[in-house]
Design a protein around this ligand. Structure first.
Ligand code: IPE
Ligand code: IPE
Ligand code: MG
Length: 245
């Protein structure tokens, strides 16, 4: 018996997950292992991300949401937060160049309130610039927290009830969905988290209700397209029942 090396051919191209969520974790540990500052890990992580987006797009994934900065990450030292914000600003600014010809639609999800004016302006620019592309939609979760997202949805729905736009008895899960940052997008099918941690850390609590979870010990800067293909392959070999039999 020979074991064939895992490759692209074995993935069923007709059953590609529509929406993949990625918790890109382990940048700090990656840097520490090399005796480098944490910032070097974040920078290597941003490089790893580019290759993953290209691969996901080539495989026909329609949506990918990447966790870049959580509502809890403000607890980190100012120096690290500033570095991350600058990296994100650069990523958005250069998206045009780095992802050129890749047809990627870039969107930022999360609260804008705490972000600098510079980042907010760049988000608007990048979203505007890529909105007519027809390839993969990349949601960058930036100052994102699922509790904030759901709380915000509740507030919006209450406002609609108060001003008579919504009747309380007509509120369904669709109503809630329509007030999330991911409005109009399919739920997450496959959730990937790197670095060996097995928790959600406030990521897409609503959208991952029926997602298949895939964990790896690889640190995010070491995550490569072959690992993404492995995750998709494993996803395709699981039985999803959604509560049925
Ligand atoms: C993930 O890597 C990136 C962000 C949270 C911004 P970490 O910075 O959390 O890396 P570790 O978990 O400390 O190794
Ligand atoms: C989750 O990673 C946030 C991002 C990847 C952006 P963290 O490193 O912040 O999560 P915890 O603190 O280990 O749960
Ligand atoms: Mg971490």
């Amino acid at each position: 018996m020979f074991f064939k090396k895992q490759n692209k051919q074995e993935i069923d191209m007709l059953r590609i997950p529509k929406h993949i969520g990625v918790i890109m974790d382990g940048n700090g540990r990656w840097a520490k292992k090399r005796g480098l500052p944490r910032s070097a890990g974040h920078s290597a992580g941003a490089d790893a991300l580019k290759k993953i987006i290209t691969e996901a797009n080539n495989l026909g994934v329609k949506y990918i949401t990447v966790y870049a900065f959580s509502t809890e990450n403000w607890k980190r030292p100012k120096e690290e937060v500033d570095y991350l914000m600058n990296l994100l600003l650069d990523y958005l600014r250069n998206a045009e160049k780095t992802l050129s010809g890749e047809n990627v639609v870039i969107r930022a999800i999360g609260s804008r309130k705490e972000l600098s004016q510079e980042i907010c302006d760049q988000i608007v620019k990048t979203e505007e610039f890529t909105k007519n592309n027809t390839g993969i939609v990349m949601n960058i979760a930036l100052n994102y927290g699922a509790r904030e997202e759901i709380t915000n949805a509740v507030r919006e729905i209450c406002k609609d009830v108060k001003n008579g736009k919504t009747d309380i008895d007509s509120i369904t899960d669709k109503t809630v969905e329509n007030h999330l940052y991911t409005k109009g997008q399919p739920e997450v099918d496959l959730l990937i988290r790197t670095s060996g941690e097995q928790r959600l850390s406030n990521f897409m609590l609503w959208q991952v209700s029926y997602a298949e979870m895939w964990f790896t010990n690889k640190l995010w800067p070491d995550f490569r397209p072959k690992h993404l293909r492995q995750a998709i392959y494993d996803f395709q070999n699981r039985g999803r029942r959604f509560g049925g039999i």
